[in-house]
Design a protein around this ligand. Sequence first.
Ligand SMILES: [Zn+2]
Ligand SMILES: [Zn+2]
Length: 136
Amino acid sequence: MNEVVTREATCACGDLRATLAGEPLMVSSCCCTRCQRRTGAFFGVTVYYRPRQMTAQSGTAATFHPPDGSTTFHFCPRCGSSVWWVPEEEDDVIGVAGGCFADTSLPAPQRMVWTEHRHPYVRPPPGVPTFTGAPD
Ligand SMILES: [Zn+2]
Ligand SMILES: [Zn+2]
């Protein structure tokens, strides 16, 4: 048996933490304007897992539900980092903020979505599929 990799996603102040066991289902980057505003960066990175892979949490998350969105964001009420989110339309999947791992062993994004809003100098990794809007 191989040892199961675990990674910890942490907000900027360290109060809110989540431990994820095993490799993610997928890593996706998104250039949509919501991700830009939520992160303060030019694109967001979502690391998808099964909810059961989140094996531990510490701290208390506040939640944010965008008025026109279908995802509930869990963020640190002290520092504001969104650490994970739950899409309402997909069962059995959670998204975790790629940057909150601060871990270069994380697999590279396997796609880039909403490139309609991509800043021209932001480039997807070579060979990675891109979608102008939501992925197929
Ligand atoms: Zn925090
Ligand atoms: Zn987005």
